[in-house]
Design a protein around this ligand. Structure first.
Ligand code: FPP
Length: 229
């Protein structure tokens, strides 16, 4: 969800103004995905590196997260969405952590789309944690190095309960992955739009999905092989 700061500057406002307007885009995109029958939507809301932003911006973002999570529980319930979170959740301020846990519990029996918030998340942090856990299991004799395969690694990532994403949308035109789901995005289709996050909504979502539907996903095979499958 990139471009909030630039959007605010374009309006002659402070960066935080852009984050506040980003919430409308979060709601519209979430509802739009749920209506279309998307199974999983992951929103990269706050990266490990975002802690290095000015304190006022970090504080404002954490406050916005708390407010949005509590205000939007009704939207989640109305749309049968269950909330999940990935990242170093222990590093979040107590209030944010508690609000998040409460929303996760309240929405846990919803059976529709799973909305996954990536908070204090970075892929290198996640992979490092997984490597440490696997090394510990080897040390304790629970697994031998020969038994470590892709599945074992996937099972130690925060995303172990979710399938790999089919489509990644990045707003604001930056041609980067920015430490997001590096392992999981191996065969994900990338869609990068110049639209800034606060201007993103149903129409932009539909454009991205229509573009995705034209792609041929070969997973390393030939075009003939995937057509015959
Ligand atoms: C990136 O834009 C955006 C963020 C770091 C924050 C995203 C957060 C929200 C939209 C708030 C609410 C979210 C949820 C899920 C409740 P940027 O600040 O890097 O923009 P810039 O690149 O133009 O400076």
């Amino acid at each position: 969800m990139d471009g909030n700061g630039r959007w605010a500057r374009q309006q002659g406002e402070q960066r935080v103004f852009g984050h506040h307007h980003g919430v409308r885009a979060v709601r519209e995109t979430t509802e739009g995905c749920a209506e279309l029958g998307v199974g999983y939507l992951t929103l990269y809301a706050f990266s490990t590196e975002n802690w290095n932003r000015p304190k006022e911006e970090v504080d404002a973002l954490m406050e916005l997260l708390v407010q949005t999570i509590s205000k939007e529980i009704k939207t989640l319930m109305d749309n049968n969405i269950s909330l999940k979170a990935i990242g170093d959740l222990e590093s979040l301020p107590r209030k944010c952590h508690d609000e998040l846990n409460q929303a996760i519990t309240t929405t846990s029996s919803n059976t529709g789309m799973e909305l996954i918030l990536a908070l204090s998340y970075s892929s290198r942090w996640e992979i490092t944690k997984a490597v440490k856990e696997i090394a510990q299991s080897v040390k304790e004799g629970k697994i031998s190095p020969d038994e470590i395969n892709e599945q074992v690694i996937s099972n130690h990532l925060c995303t172990k309960d979710f399938p790999d994403p089919e489509l990644m949308i990045r707003t604001s035109g930056e041609m980067r992955i920015s430490n997001f789901l590096l392992w999981q995005l191996a065969y994900t289709e990338l869609y990068i739009t110049p639209v800034l996050w606060p201007d993103f909504g149903r129409e932009e979502l539909y454009k991205a999905i229509l573009d995705f539907q034209k792609r041929e996903r070969r997973f390393g095979m030939t075009s003939e092989q995937v057509t015959l499958k």
